[in-house]
Design a protein around this ligand. Structure first.
Ligand SMILES: Nc1ncnc2c1ncn2[C@@H]1O[C@H](COP(=O)(O)OP(=O)(O)OP(=O)(O)O)[C@@H](O)[C@H]1O
Length: 257
């Protein structure tokens, strides 16, 4: 059964998490509602990837709770979380470069038992979303452009029909025209009813396509709300200033033009 619209699909409530004895996240709370694009922004090291890892079960929270689709998934194993419909496309495109585009997509359904009809329906949906992957289906994944490889990584996750897809820096290392393609693909996913939690250094571009946004700084959420309000507010500027009020030049790229 689907969560009613009033309940968030994903809710992290005062989550602490880190690596060994190092605490990175401090009382992080975020909500992702059904069919929304939510972007997490913050400078390098703010804890964005660690939050995605905690939500996908790769880093066990030391306190706090996470609910997804009305189930408590706090401390659940990654495969149980994937099974519940929460998928994580990690930073960097983890593809089998020598295998074909089709083989890489098929790897996405590993462990799933699908009827032939259901399998074909999912593949068709992916090809509708990314026609280029159908065109290049027999080519090795390594021969695709960076943007196409990112689409392939998303396509792999789509084989499991996620309710929520978490994307960690999908524009990383891409030329501006490819960034446009990836952002357009994210909008198409939302149109198909998939909720998206996006970590992105292309802050301005990400805020343009997002519905909601959270700003992270030093492992905490310092602001959250509608993306348009966050884009216009002060928290964003504060998060990207250096410790002593100087701009952090390793921070976001405000524009791709
Ligand atoms: N495997 C790890 N072991 C120990 N500390 C880690 C590990 N991965 C990340 N950290 C630390 O956790 C903190 C948050 O890192 P995280 O990667 O979550 O930040 P981020 O906001 O995603 O930044 P970036 O944009 O650079 O990926 C950093 O101080 C980082 O050094």
């Amino acid at each position: 059964m689907k969560a009613p619209p009033s309940l968030p699909l994903l809710s992290a409530n005062k989550v602490d998490a880190g690596y060994g004895h190092v605490r990175v996240l401090e009382k992080v709370s975020i909500d992702v509602r059904q069919g929304r694009i939510v972007v997490l922004v913050g400078r390098n090291g703010a804890g964005k990837s660690t939050l995605l890892r905690a939500l996908s079960g790769l880093n066990r929270p030391t306190s706090g709770t996470i609910t997804f689709d009305r189930r408590d998934i706090t401390g659940a194993r990654p495969n149980a979380i994937v099974g519940a419909g929460l998928l994580h496309v990690a930073e960097g495109r983890r593809l089998f470069r020598r295998q074909s585009v089709t083989d890489n997509i098929e790897l996405g359904r590993y462990g799933l038992r699908l009827t032939e009809q259901e399998h074909d329906r999912r593949v068709n949906r992916i090809h509708e979303l990314f026609p280029i992957l159908q065109e290049k289906r027999d080519l090795p994944a390594g021969s695709l452009s960076g943007g196409q490889q990112q689409m392939l990584a998303i396509a792999q996750a789509m084989m499991r029909e996620p309710k929520l897809l978490m994307l960690d820096e999908p524009s990383l290392g891409l030329a501006p025209v490819l960034v446009d393609q990836v952002l357009a693909a994210i909008l198409s996913l939302r149109a198909q009813g998939v909720a998206i939690l996006l970590v992105e250094q292309m802050v301005e571009r990400a805020l343009e396509i997002a519905d909601d946004a959270y700003v992270m700084q030093n492992g905490r959420v310092i602001a959250g709300g509608l993306a348009a309000d966050i884009a216009a507010g002060d928290a964003l500027q504060a998060a990207f200033m250096g410790e002593h009020g100087t701009p952090d030049h390793s921070g976001p790229r405000w524009s791709v033009s």
